[in-house]
Design a protein around this ligand. Sequence first.
Ligand code: NAP
Length: 286
Amino acid sequence: MKNDLLLLDGDAVAGKMKEQLAERVKQLAVKGVVPCLATILVGDDPSSATYVRMKGNACRRLGIQSIRVELPAHTTTEQLIGEIQKLNDDPAVHGILLQHPVPHHIDERAAFEAIRINKDVDGVTTLGFAQNAFGFADFPSCTPAAIMAILDHYQISIEGKHAVVIGRSPILGKPVSAMLLNRNATVTTCHSKTENLMDMVQLGDIVVAAVGKPKFVQGDWIKPGAVVLDAGYNKGNIGDVDYEECLRNAGAITPVPGSVGPVTIATLLKHTVDAAEKTAALSSHS
Ligand code: NAP
């Protein structure tokens, strides 16, 4: 490993965030408020069940209440929306997370849109997406926000840098591109139809990999000194970046696992506490 290589330690970033959150949870308890995240799992996909369990455990460790709604795979779009509306109307619930993906027969977009904006702590609604693009979202999508939190934790400068994002999904590639642009980076967003991808990535001072393909980003695509953030999480704990190869050129890099993932969960907890604080502030004024 090069001496000047900076490893971007997501566990450390998440640990710091959780320390601050624990204090805020205590302060809310004094006012009689317990932040509460409701997670909805439809069907029995084992990875989704694991993610939901991890999120619930993370909540409990911090004193955040976690409600789990588990629905059978044959749930209809209407039934799912009905469950979301119950949670929208429940004043004790501050955040709602619908675990993605839902079974194919469900209109996932319609279900996401049913989440009320003040409870959309995972940033999945079109309104939340638009607010993020404008730069004033309360709850931007969690993984993009985690990537920005890592850059900020390590005081990596963004303004004026060329950021290359590989991937344009509505929960990751597009919102992180918008966030980098809002912070005055020059942003190139690549996707499956991008021509000369390697040439594009080689322009990046900051490279975000959000492709969903193990070890997709090659070492020789990385400009010497570039900052590489790997959001990928593939079977076998493998990222979207060929980590060993990219180490040679990168100036800073996130290992997988232990980087973007834990900060994503900490961001979800932070959004839930933010939402609970907002509700508490509103009820103290009414
Ligand atoms: P997604 O919806 O499947 O999107 C993948 C994106 O990659 C698409 O925009 C696609 O382009 C692009 N792509 C696919 N093949 C490509 C190629 N050959 N060249 C260039 N671009 C290509 O995935 P996602 O939900 O954004 O997730 C991306 C990765 O992040 C996955 O590994 C996922 O597991 C991980 N993830 C991690 C977290 C976390 O908490 N750490 C959270 C969410 C996701 P098109 O648009 O043209 O199809």
